[in-house]
Design a protein around this ligand. Structure first.
Ligand code: COA
Length: 329
């Protein structure tokens, strides 16, 4: 068995900044309500002519540069997204073409906010077995194109933002490695966070007249919150236990940026200070599959992470799905 490690990261967010004050002009909400419930001050919304594959492409270009690899060495592309440019095919094949990466294997993973860790896990397995050596892993979203930007949709609309982040994983011959990944799901919560249409279920297709409400994400915020604050610490502890690590061994926890209050609850349950929990939600909101790679790429860019540091990634989202990855940098 081989091991894998992350050798470079990158990210891209749209230029278009939407503040809480901007939102309060188009729906009944306020800066105070949004900040106190979520910690979000502003987020980026992709404009009409910016797609998920555009943001993914920019993040990947930067990632390839930072990794100092020859792009020809990339064996596979895995993209976590639930807001692909088209219903099918996924973003991954578009990226293959935009990046001109020979005819490599490319596929999308639709595991919502957990999709980046699911994708890291898959890449790690391919590299461990020797079936692939170098894999481009991406989380990219323009979910705000789907949300209902009105008072009816305000509980969802104020939380989400757009962006993309990426990592290159390659075979490791040093102590740097993906130590473990743990993936979970519980489908009974399907309707607590979902977008019904377009789907092939007979109720989830085009009605006459069209029920546009089915084409926007819906969320049972309290149920999501209640499950998230349990599952995040649980899956982080699972990573610690699997690697015989103590929370004090961990330099940073990089959680999916769902909500600052959820991150605070994680820190409280794990009995750590908030400076161990990476957070950028105040400026980007919840960018679904992109949030972990953006937060991790920013931490790397700010030189907060050094070789040998133990980093735990953790996610929770629609499905419900949840996951963790333990990394020795
Ligand atoms: N602005 C102003 N008021 C809002 C609002 C908004 N954007 N969204 C909802 N409200 C209102 C509600 O209508 C409700 O009004 P009412 O009391 O008159 O009925 C009131 O605020 C309280 O709503 P409630 O849903 O009880 O708020 P909350 O304290 O549970 O916070 C969330 C709502 C969504 C912020 C919270 O449940 C949450 O963070 N959930 C997890 C969401 C998440 O992380 N999702 C992504 C997971 S990957």
């Amino acid at each position: 068995m081989f091991k894998s490690k992350i050798i470079g990261m990158g990210y891209s967010v749209p230029e278009n900044i939407i503040t809480n004050h901007d939102l309060s002009k188009i729906m009944d909400t306020s800066d105070d309500w949004i900040q106190s419930r979520s910690g979000i001050k502003e987020r980026r919304w992709a404009t009409d002519n910016v797609t998920t594959s555009d943001l993914a492409y920019n993040a990947c270009k930067q990632t390839i540069e930072n990794s100092k690899i020859n792009p020809i060495d990339i064996d596979m592309i895995i993209v976590g997204t639930l807001s692909s440019d088209y219903f099918f095919p996924g973003v991954s094949a578009q990226l293959q073409e935009k990046l001109n990466l020979k005819n490599v294997g490319a596929f999308d993973i639709k595991a919502a906010c957990s999709a980046f860790i699911y994708s890291i896990s898959i890449a790690d397995q391919f590299i461990r077995t020797g079936a692939a050596k170098t894999i481009l892993v991406v989380g990219a979203e323009t979910q705000t194109k789907l949300i209902e930007k009105s008072t009816e949709g305000r509980d969802v609309a104020v939380l989400f933002g757009d962006g993309a982040g990426a990592a290159i994983l390659t075979r490791s011959d040093s102590k740097s490695e993906i130590l473990s990944t743990h993936l979970h799901s519980d489908g009974k919560h399907l309707k607590d966070l979902w977008m019904e249409a377009p789907g092939t279920n007979k109720d989830s297709w085009i009605d006459d007249p069209i029920n546009l409400s089915k084409f926007t994400p819906k969320m049972n915020g309290r149920e999501v919150f209640r499950n998230a604050v349990t599952r995040f610490p649980e899956v982080i502890n699972e990573a610690l236990f699997a690697n015989d690590l103590d929370i004090d061994d961990v330099k940073y926890i990089v959680p999916h940026q769902a909500n600052y209050r959820i991150s605070e609850a994680i820190a409280k349950k794990l009995n750590v200070k908030m400076d161990k929990v990476v957070s950028n939600i105040h400026k980007y909101g919840n960018t679904t599959a992109a949030s972990i790679p953006i937060a991790l790429a920013e931490a790397v860019e700010m030189k907060k992470i050094s070789t040998g540091d133990i980093i735990i990634l953790a996610a929770f989202g629609a499905g419900f799905t949840w996951a963790s990855a333990a990394i020795r940098w």
